[in-house]
Design a protein around this ligand. Structure first.
Ligand SMILES: [Zn+2]
Length: 86
């Protein structure tokens, strides 16, 4: 059942879920949490926009579609955002 208080998603988790989100493969619960995170996180919103564009151009989304530079850049950025998390 849906609980009112879900643990907050970390940016890292959003990145992991975003391809499923774009493919409509995400359970409603996760989808809601992801959208809640996006609503308050401009970084992930920008990331999602980029993924959408990739999906639009490539027709599908696989990790290989991310250039190594881009993947590295994002994980670097995420490390900074979530620096206290681990
Ligand atoms: Zn975020």
């Amino acid at each position: 059942m849906f609980r009112k208080r879900q643990p907050e998603l970390a940016c890292q988790e959003v990145v992991e879920l975003i391809s499923d989100y774009l493919e409509d493969a995400l359970p409603a619960n996760d989808r809601r949490r992801l959208e809640q995170h996006l609503a308050g996180c401009p970084h992930c919103t920008a990331y999602l926009a980029q993924m959408r564009e990739t999906l639009r151009v490539a027709g599908r989304l696989t990790p290989e579609d991310l250039s190594p530079e881009m993947a590295e850049e994002f994980s670097e950025i995420f490390r900074r955002w979530t620096g206290e998390r681990d």
